[in-house]
Each structure stands twice: as structure tokens, then as C-alpha cells.
Design a protein around this ligand. Structure first.
Ligand code: DC
Length: 224
């Protein structure tokens, strides 16, 4: 099947907007493949952190991205044969990933790897530039967001569940800084494009948001 006939739904948005959870559930409901593009940036970050590479060392970071040995199976994430499913989710890893994500050569190194996730019967992809750069011909492009307070509360709940303590005020500050960096960078910034539908999930629960996305997909004339 030619790539342009394989449907793609993109979910872009700021940190802790619930993109990952919603994208995974929508992909399961439709029987589609799922791409969490942030994980690729996080894997490069983790590999670089393990080698004590500074975020400013663009050449080394890009070199790591070009030969990244990553695999995904049964919701586990492997880096060089080691299960790093928990390690990639650490806040420090997300922070490092956001800093290196500004390098155009790094983004270029990960481009084909992301496009390769597009396989029949379809793909749901989440990130920052899924609709704008990676899958510009996606059937449905959604910009998923929620108020800053709600996003910080969601992140807080996730961290508490893992036994990690953090104050809401600190989390709001960290989210603000990350979103600003991800939106203001020159290379593929997080942005709401003209052909993208805004979905504000403030006050909605997970089932309601999944229902809305599936409804939008059905309305776009693609019932699967
Ligand atoms: O979605 P996330 O928190 O796992 O992403 C971690 C960082 O990776 C994010 O702050 C910016 C970068 N990223 C990106 O630049 N482009 C993407 N498509 C996905 C993530």
C-alpha cells in the first residue's frame, strides 16, 4: 500500500497535555500503530546522558541519534538491549530531550525513523511536529492542550503514583519553561497550524477525550 493511502492521525501539543495516553487509546480503539515521537528524543537524551555528553555538544548528540539502537515491544522500550522503559520517563531525561530537540541535524536524523512507523492499517502519532513536519498529509491533525494548572496537576498525579514528590508551583514553572523552549525554537517548533483542530481537554476525562478524537476521525470521513 502506498504511504499516502495509509491513514495517520496526529496529536501535537504541549507537555503533560495527555497526548500520549489519548494517542495510545485511540490507536487501540482503531487497531492502528502508535508512535510516541517524544520517546525517540528521550532515548537520544538518555544515551547522551549515560555518556556524560553535554547538551551543548551538538555533534556528539547528532552522532548518537544517527546510530540509535532502539526497539519497542509490548509497551517496553529498549536501548542497546537494555530495558529503559522507566528511565526514559524521568523528568531530567525530558528536560535534556527538550534542550537537544532544537538541533535541526538531530531532527533530520530521526525523521525517517518516525515515518517508518506508518504501516497499514494506520498510525496515531503524538509529539510536537507530527502534523506540521513528519506527516503533513495526515487525515486528521489535532492540537491537544489543557490549562497550565490542569496539566501540572496531571503531571503531579503521575509523579505521586511513582512515589516522586514535587510541588504544583514547581511543576507549573518547569512546564512553562519546557513549552516556551519547544515553541520558540527555530527548527520544527510546537505550533497550532491552520489545518489543525484545537482540542482543549480542560475539565474532560480520558474517555471523553478519546470519544471526541474518534468522533472527529469519523467525521473526517474515515471510519477505518
Ligand atoms: O513528549 P515528550 O515530553 O516525551 O517529549 C520530550 C521532548 O522531546 C520535548 O520537550 C521536546 C522533544 N520533542 C520534539 O521536539 N518533537 C517531538 N515530535 C517530540 C518531542
Amino acid at each position: 500500500m502506498k504511504n499516502q493511502y495509509i491513514p495517520v492521525i496526529t496529536l501535537d501539543g504541549p507537555s503533560a497535555s495527555g497526548k500520549g495516553t489519548i494517542a495510545r487509546l485511540v490507536s487501540q480503539a482503531l487497531g492502528f500503530h502508535y508512535l510516541d515521537s517524544g520517546v525517540l528524543y528521550r532515548l537520544v537524551a538518555l544515551a547522551a546522558m549515560k555518556r556524560n555528553v553535554d547538551t551543548s555538544d551538538e555533534q556528539k548528540v547528532v552522532g548518537i541519534a544517527r546510530c540509535l539502537e532502539a526497539s519497542f515491544a509490548d509497551s517496553l522500550i529498549w536501548l542497546n538491549g537494555v530495558d529503559v522503559s522507566d528511565a526514559v520517563r524521568a523528568e531530567a531525561c525530558g528536560e535534556y530531550a527538550s534542550q537537544i530537540a532544537q538541533y535541526p541535524a538531530l531532527r533530520a536524523a530521526l525523521l525517517e525513523r518516525q515515518r517508518n512507523f506508518r504501516k497499514p492499517p494506520g498510525l496515531v502519532a503524538d509529539g510536537r511536529d507530527m502534523g506540521s513536519v513528519i506527516f503533513p498529509d495526515a487525515m486528521l491533525k489535532i492540537y491537544l492542550t489543557a490549562s497550565e494548572e490542569e496539566r501540572a496537576c496531571r503531571r503531579h498525579k503521575q509523579l505521586m503514583e511513582k512515589g516522586i514528590n514535587a510541588s504544583i508551583a514547581e511543576l507549573i514553572q518547569a512546564l512553562r519553561e519546557r513549552d516556551e523552549r519547544d515553541s520558540k525554537r527555530v527548527a520544527s517548533p510546537l505550533q497550532q497550524c491552520e489545518d489543525t483542530c484545537l482540542l482543549d481537554t480542560t475539565g474532560l476525562d480520558i474517555d471523553q477525550v478519546v470519544g471526541k478524537v474518534l468522533g472527529m476521525y469519523a467525521d473526517s470521513g474515515n471510519t477505518g
